[in-house]
Design a binder for this molecule. Structure first.
Ligand code: 0O2
Length: 233
């Protein structure tokens, strides 16, 4: 038996109101797994190819590493309830339209300028459609969080159908990612709440790391003397 993202009976326990058969429920779950995992792979491959070509042209790889995840089915159902989607298993189309981070990719770049270069190169591809962009780099969140978020739609070609599937991308510099990972862990360890003092201290850390990002970028340009080399992108 192939690896299963989720088994129908486990989800049925949580959603006893679902009236379909086990086979129908398993079909819904397997479809999500296949389509979103495929979309993640498509976009990851595109990014990898861009990074390889960048390396070939400039002897430099802007992407430090990539992480991806398929949102757990439990989290999808929890978010659906938060979004007021009642009877979510009978409203899979609404879930697909409204929950845009079922497939997620985090692209960790070396320098802040690389985020804009790589996201721009991806968006320039003709089979990629931008659905939504949130620029938390230029407008950080209240917490101090910085990152460039975008949701893109990518075609996935299956045996007898083509699906357009959304994928959420979070482009971060190494410094932005370090802050977000540690802040997330602290918040998680403290059950989602942190005192005002800690929140302020973390915000200061985010600002310091932003200054470090800017300084590192200036040092890089100084060392490589390549101020305008990538401006063509
Ligand atoms: P995961 O597992 O990281 O995906 P939502 O909150 O999802 O209903 P929206 O508008 O999509 O609505 O949220 P937003 O804020 O644009 O993006 C949410 C994601 O950004 C979060 O995902 C985090 O990954 C990241 N993020 C946003 N703000 C912060 C922050 O203050 N600190 C940290 N560490 N990360 C942040 P999730 O939902 O947490 O889950």
């Amino acid at each position: 038996m192939p690896f299963r993202y989720y088994h129908a009976d486990r989800i049925r326990e949580k959603m006893p109101e679902y009236k379909g058969t086990d086979e129908e429920l398993q079909e819904i779950i397997d479809d999500i797994s296949l389509q979103y995992n495929s979309a993640i792979r498509e976009v990851e491959t595109k990014l990898q190819i861009l990074s390889d070509d960048f390396d070939k042209k400039h002897s430099y790889m802007p992407i430090h590493h990539i992480q991806s995840r398929l949102k757990s089915f439990d989290s999808i159902l929890e978010k659906a309830s938060r979004y007021g989607i009642v009877d979510p298993l009978n409203n899979i189309d609404r879930i697909r339209r409204e929950i845009l981070d079922i497939g997620g990719i985090r692209v960790i770049c070396n320098y802040e300028e690389d985020l804009h270069t790589m996201s721009g190169l991806l968006l320039a591809q003709e089979d990629i459609e931008l659905i939504r962009m949130k620029d938390y780099c230029n407008s950080p969140k209240e917490s101090g969080y910085r990152s460039l978020h975008m949701v893109v739609a990518v075609p996935v070609y299956l045996v007898n159908r083509k699906k357009i599937v959304p994928v959420e991308l979070q482009f971060r510099s190494i410094a932005m990612d370090a802050w977000a990972s540690l802040e997330h862990e602290l918040r998680y360890k403290n059950k989602g709440t942190l005192s005002d003092d800690i929140v302020d201290a973390l915000k200061e850390c985010a600002q310091t790391l932003h200054e470090v990002d800017e300084r590192m970028s200036r040092i890089r340009h100084h060392v490589l003397n390549d101020e305008n080399e990538y401006s063509q992108y």
